[in-house]
Design a protein around this ligand. Structure first.
Ligand code: DER
Length: 228
């Protein structure tokens, strides 16, 4: 109900890509929430027959509210379509995700999907990643020191993500901590991806490279731009 017209437009367009018999990845965040609501309406009104793998406790709870049947990647090896949002999208379709601290499961789901459709509004496209948003990194708590030092060696500023309605650090759906790396721009996302993947103690981070197949950008006037 509080989502912008642009998010609603993206969500509705994403839900229109879905056909009965499909297996879906159910993303996290306010834009994908619009798609889940639209899917719930189609299930109720048109008898749409789908199952979805949620990318967070938040997505699972929202899917349950909309009576979207759930499954797991144990039972469904490949997904036809993963729907999710992004914090930043660059001209090559590379993403920063993780504002909602859900990027670890989101990346597992996106990687298991034939098509990964990213739902955005006009605030998300950027020329270069890492200026508007920090890069979220999920870590084992005992590795905070080494990861902070790595980020500083890269010229960035690491910030342990603290709870809003909880004293102390945010605890992820995996029971781990999130470090937001303020990098003032990421000139070589592939190199940073390798550096972070090689760092012990990092579970996963919010760089999504070579994963997005479709970008659905909703506009304030209700139109949608679909880029593949
Ligand atoms: O945290 C996440 O990965 C979300 O998908 C985020 O990237 C987009 O959330 P939004 O649609 O609420 O902006």
């Amino acid at each position: 109900p509080n989502a912008s017209a642009a998010k609603q437009a993206a969500g509705t367009a994403a839900a229109d890509l879905v056909e009965s018999g499909m297996t879906l990845g159910l993303g996290t965040g306010s834009t994908t929430a619009c798609a889940l609501e639209a899917l719930g309406t189609r299930i109720q009104n048109d008898g749409l027959d789908i199952v979805g793998v949620p990318t967070s406790f938040a997505a699972e709870r929202l899917a349950n509210q909309h009576d979207i049947p759930l499954t797991t990647l144990d039972d469904v090896p490949r997904l036809d379509l993963a729907l999710d949002g992004a914090d930043e999208v660059d001209p090559e379709g590379r993403l920063i995700k993780g504002r909602g601290a859900a990027h670890t499961r989101e990346k597992v789901v996106a990687h298991a999907a034939e098509r990964f459709v990213v739902l955005i509004d006009p605030s998300k496209p950027v020329d270069e990643l890492g200026h508007a948003f920090p890069l979220p990194i999920e870590i084992v708590p005992m590795a905070l020191g080494p990861v902070q030092r790595l980020i500083e060696q890269l010229g960035g500023h690491p910030e342990l993500r603290m709870g809003a309605a909880k004293d102390g650090p945010v605890i992820s759906d995996q029971g781990l901590w999130i470090v937001d790396a303020h990098l003032d721009g990421i000139t070589d996302p592939e190199a940073l991806n390798r550096t972070l993947n090689d760092q012990p103690g990092i579970l996963d981070h919010g760089l999504f490279l070579d994963l997005a197949t479709d970008i659905l950008c909703g506009e304030a006037n209700g139109s949608v731009t679909h880029t593949v």
